[in-house]
Design a protein around this ligand. Sequence first.
Ligand code: FES
Length: 275
Amino acid sequence: MATLPPPARPLVAPKVPPPKPRGTAARGFGATSRTTRWWAAPALQGTVFTICATYLFISGVLLTPLFNTPYEVDGYLSPLFSPLIVLPFLPAWFSPAILILWIPLGFRATCYYYRKAYYRFYFADPPGCAVGEPTIHRRYSMEASLPFILQNLHRYFLYLAFIPLFFLWIDAFTSFRLDGAWRIGLGTVILTFNALLLTGYSLSCHSLRHLVGGKIDCFSCSRNTQIRHGLWQRLTSLNRHHMAWAWISLLTVTFADVYVRLLALGVITDPAIHF
Ligand code: FES
């Protein structure tokens, strides 16, 4: 008897994404056999993140158009506005920070670490390791469909993120010069540390690590792959602390903006040595 050929495999992806796996955590929101305070870290992280993100949104988008608050003073430029792009044809309600902020915003929003963090503290998806999540999550499939499938753009945001980073270093270096003389002020230190920590955050990126060391079968087979292996090892040592880089650089960029704003408003003065 003749055997039938196997059914042809579909050539296009199904329109309905596959259901979300149930996972192994105990069922029911918050149900867990963990005895530790698993909720403490997401609660703290969610609070800090919300405060920083809200402040950065207000400062970058609303503050200058609404109250004409300066973002630049005495050679110090807020990192939210760097590189400063002023287009004369844009209306007064349009903050110049918007022209550049979408890059660091996209970079952070799609970051592998932040995804884990904000899925926990904003969506309880899951609230913690081995902790039950709301049953409503079974109806959708997170990063397999819009809008969260856009998280796959992370690598491209990484490439773009080096543009504002480059200008932040220029701002940090130029802040050491004021009116043709040298100075070392608290502002120069803050801007330099901010650029340094943002560099650490960018270089510790998981995507960059894969870009440098991925898709290679043999690290020792050629001079090129040996160099890539050496770079990959260095990036890996940074990548181990990516969570720390993520938090500390978020705090310093927030603090750097607060410092420049307060300085520009005359609320504080910049302690500095001029020579
Ligand atoms: Fe966090 Fe790329 S994974 S910046």
